[in-house]
Ligand binder design. Structure first.
Ligand SMILES: Cc1cc2nc3c(=O)[nH]c(=O)nc-3n(C[C@H](O)[C@H](O)[C@H](O)COP(=O)(O)OP(=O)(O)OC[C@H]3O[C@@H](n4cnc5c(N)ncnc54)[C@H](O)[C@@H]3O)c2cc1C
Length: 476
């Protein structure tokens, strides 16, 4: 067998050799409806939700379900809002392989396109990455339900109630643990800088995380705020689609030069960050916030190759308001106009802005609640990061106690302050998923110890049967 079928066969051979996944071993008690509780509900079937589900399954935590509001094949940004031509990461990253060679991106690519194509590949195409994630999901038979949205999470003493909405209407699911993996845009939404008038939406403004009808921008003047990777990709995309011109406004006078994320993508950072004292975590977080990351040089070359591109460094946009059929931009020393504005301003971390968590947010500890940095390291913009346990669990705000809050595990970029880059980008995905699975397995074991002890006492495999020392009486 060759191609993807051959790869899948190879994967299943490896899984059989490793005795993966083990049988389920937990002992879920009945929930409010009398049925045994679901052990884990994973919200989001993007890269992190899938990695979590796979790692949990490999720990024998198989009483789980995954939901995603997106249709199958359109989870995450890769073939929806991402406007780069290829991934920003180098092609050699193993992906969400969890130690299995047959689950690496390379194995998938070679099986799908051939070994020679792998050698010729420079960077990974977005659609290939999406298809690879789909392969992992299907090959491991992960139990994903698409087109189902989480509306609210209500924790209680022994479980969390999730209110879901899907094609068949609303329903509730009771799960002992919830892994909340809604992506970068799912823990606070787009950053809209002050002064940008909301009335500009949707006809005259969009964030890079939103769909943009490019046909409407043909022949138009576009303004882009920001200089991160998504901002550069937006510039190139609109100009390639026929925009007459595109002005990029950048606060900084000089672009960030070094990708410190790449310089910290190693097992030390992945395994060690979570155990550091708060002051050390904060210094690392604040440092990376200060230096920021440069856009990939491919994105810059692509924009520079387009006629009509102008960049304005050291030029913050102070306000954007409607004017005629377009908009007016207030700059420090001048005004400018455009027909359409695109914000490449990234995503906030603010759980109050996350609809399913909004009611709980005032009860969830943030870094601002738990740690006061020395004045030189004060970065108020970072105070909203949630303060998480080493298992990604939400923690009570000081003085409050919400039963079951710690049963919600935040597995998204917002975990960065507490645990480092193991819920953010591709390099840390496997390390994050393995940590989560390891900790949840230990938590379920402790929680179910009564039933597990009784099960052990009832375990009666007659090892010595057939030998002279077999004692039938020992088996009742
Ligand atoms: C444009 C772009 C390009 C990137 N390129 C790279 C790159 O090249 N290399 C790299 O290492 N990282 C990159 N990243 C960063 C990171 O790897 C991605 O953001 C990645 O998608 C993170 O995976 P995730 O599973 O956390 O989130 P996502 O892939 O966004 O998945 C989250 C899922 O949760 C679902 N969801 C959210 N809320 C709900 C809800 N209430 N109910 C049900 N479902 C819900 C969404 O539909 C989505 O499918 C990029 C990010 C962006 C935005």
């Amino acid at each position: 067998m060759t191609g993807l079928a051959g790869l899948e066969a190879e994967l299943h051979r490896d899984l059989a050799r490793l005795l993966l996944p083990p049988a389920n071993w937990t002992a879920p008690p009945p929930g409010p409806d009398g049925a045994p509780l679901l052990d884990v509900l994973v919200i989001g079937a993007g890269m992190y939700g899938l990695a979590a589900a796979a790692a949990l399954t490999f720990k024998g935590l198989r009483n789980l379900r995954v939901i995603d509001r997106a249709p199958a094949g359109r989870e995450g940004p890769w073939v929806t809002t991402a406007r780069m031509r290829t991934l920003r990461s180098p092609k050699h990253l193993p992906g969400i392989a969890l130690g299995l060679p047959a689950l690496t991106f390379r194995a998938w690519y070679e099986a799908r396109h051939g070994a020679a194509a792998w050698v010729a590949l420079t960077k990974i195409g977005n659609a290939d990455w999406q298809d690879y994630l789909r392969f992992v999901r299907d090959a491991l038979a992960l139990p994903v339900e698409n087109a189902v949205e989480l509306r609210a999470l209500v924790p209680s003493a022994g479980f969390v109630t999730a209110r879901l909405a899907g094609p068949a209407g609303e329903r509730v699911v009771h799960a002992r643990r919830v892994v909340f993996a809604p992506g970068r845009d799912g823990t606070g939404g787009p950053v809209i800088p002050p002064g940008i008038d909301p009335v500009l939406w949707p006809d005259r403004a969009a964030h890079t995380g939103e769909a943009i009808d490019l046909t409407r921008l043909r022949g138009k003047q576009v303004a882009v705020i920001g200089a991160g990777a998504s901002a550069w990709d937006a510039v190139a995309t609109v100009l390639e689609a026929g925009a007459a011109g595109c002005d990029m406004y950048v606060r900084r006078a000089v672009l960030p030069q070094v990708n410190k994320g790449r310089g910290s993508a190693n097992p030390g950072f992945f395994e060690g960050w979570g155990g550091l004292p708060a002051a050390e975590k904060w210094r690392l977080l604040a440092y990376q916030y200060d230096v920021q990351s440069p856009p990939p040089h491919e994105s810059i070359h692509r924009a520079l190759a387009c006629a009509g591109f102008r960049i304005h460094l050291g030029t913050p946009v102070l306000a954007a308001t409607p004017a005629g059929t377009g908009l007016r931009l207030r700059l420090p020393q001048a005004e400018a106009s455009a027909d359409f504005l695109i914000l490449g301003t990234g995503y906030a971390v603010d759980l109050a802005g996350v609809p399913p968590l909004a009611a709980l947010a005032p009860r969830i500890a943030t870094w601002a609640d738990m740690y006061t940095p020395p004045p030189a390291w004060a970065r108020p913009a970072l105070g909203g990061y949630p303060w998480l346990g080493e298992d990604f669990a939400l923690v009570d705000k000081p003085g409050l106690a919400t039963p079951g809050l710690g049963r919600i595990h935040l597995f998204a970029h917002a975990a960065f302050a507490s645990l480092g880059a193991i819920a953010s980008d591709i390099p840390g995905a496997a390390a994050g998923a393995e940590r989560l699975a390891h900790r949840l397995a230990a938590a379920f074991f402790a929680e179910d110890i009564g039933a597990i002890h009784a099960r052990l006492e009832a375990f009666a495999e007659p090892e010595l049967e057939g030998t002279p020392f077999f004692d039938r009486a020992a088996f009742g």
